[in-house]
Design a protein around this ligand. Structure first.
Ligand code: ADP
Ligand code: F6P
Length: 321
């Protein structure tokens, strides 16, 4: 049987995952591999929901959000017996190496499939949260930020008309990367993120002080991971007396056409993942550092801590008043 490379998308979807699937497929075919597209994350490896992909199957997807392979969370994959079944299914399909596009959880699955099942796995960071330790950039992050910013710009119009404060909750399960950047880019008066403790009295004071200098409308960006968006909204309203509304942007941030940055990152990372498999490498995560494509051991990647950009937070805070 002609050797094959498998590819799957796992965890939350992210714009640009399709561009990564395309790059993996085309780079693998160029090197003489068959490509097996695994549907619905690790579920497809357990129930055999897999499709052969040729170069035309990935035509016209580079510009599409979502993932043509679909994605899912597969709880069984945390159990050894299911990992062994998945590995056996890979071998039966001639899959020598598997490219896993997803987040930290998906990489844990890949590490297990490699260690327990003996399948060579390479991870590509795909998540809008940009919360993967070993890389400065994850696929989907830029598109999600631009989508959030577009929505906030619309909210600014209506906040301005009504002299209101808009509290906007953006995604980021445990991370404030999206929040911090869109806060800066939208000129938000405050940004509340899980990485930095907040003081609601200070936020209210900042708003009231700006109000006294004839600033009449305000944007406050809150990361979902803070889990206090409604409370923050109610307190700002109470402490400042300014009419304050909460908008939760939610899953809209996960869809849409990927930006240039996401398509290019996905294409470069997908290509690199295939190169690694072709070189016989295993258990690596692809990343981007100083705009260069790198790779690190999966276990090492999972144990690293991503430094938070406090300077960016300070800039954001000091230039809005
Ligand atoms: P993400 O990859 O975006 O972090 P999840 O944490 O939901 O998303 O993980 C996606 C999938 O990866 C899970 O549904 C499961 O199939 C697999 N996975 C997560 N954690 C583990 C683990 N500790 N061991 C094996 N597989 C895991
Ligand atoms: O990890 C990406 C993310 O969009 C987080 O920002 C969010 O908390 C989570 O996924 C939502 O997941 P679900 O699709 O299960 O609602």
């Amino acid at each position: 049987m002609q050797k094959a490379i498998g590819v799957l998308t796992s965890g939350g979807d992210a714009p640009g995952m399709n561009a990564a699937v395309r790059a993996v497929t085309r780079a693998a075919i160029s090197r003489g591999y068959r490509v097996v597209g695994v549907k619905r994350g690790y579920n497809g490896l357990l129930n055999g929901e897999c499709v052969e992909l040729d170069q035309r199957d990935v035509s016209d997807i580079i510009q599409r959000g979502g993932t043509i392979l679909c994605t899912a969370r597969c709880l069984e994959f945390k159990e050894e017996k299911y990992i062994k079944i998945a590995a056996e299914n890979c071998r039966n399909m001639g899959v020598e190496g598997l490219v896993v596009i997803g987040g930290d959880g998906s990489f844990r699955g890949a590490a297990d499939l490699s260690r327990i099942g003996g399948i060579r796995c390479i991870g590509i960071p795909g998540t809008i949260d940009n919360d993967i330790q070993c890389t400065e950039y994850t696929i989907g992050y830029d598109t999600a930020m631009n989508t959030a910013l577009e929505m906030i710009d619309k909210l600014r119009d209506t906040s301005q008309s009504h002299d209101r404060c808009s509290v906007v909750e953006v995604m980021g399960r445990h991370a404030g990367w999206i929040a911090l950047n869109v806060a800066m880019a939208s000129g938000a008066i405050a940004c509340v993120i899980p990485e930095v403790p907040y003081d609601i009295n200070k936020i209210a004071e900042k708003i009231s002080k700006a109000h006294s200098t004839e600033k009449e409308h305000f944007i406050v960006v809150v990361a979902e991971g803070v889990e206090k968006s409604q409370e923050i909204t109610d307190q700002i309203s109470k402490l400042t007396g300014i009419e304050t509304r909460l908008t939760v942007l939610g899953h809209v941030q996960r869809g849409g056409m990927p930006t240039v940055r996401d398509r290019v990152a996905a294409s470069r990372m997908g290509y690199h993942a295939v190169e690694l498999i072709d070189q016989g490498q295993n258990n690596r995560v692809v990343g981007m550092v100083h705009n260069k494509i790198i790779d690190v051991d999966i276990q090492e990647a999972l144990s690293m801590k991503k430094p938070f950009d406090m300077q960016r937070y300070k800039v954001c805070d000091e230039i809005t008043f």
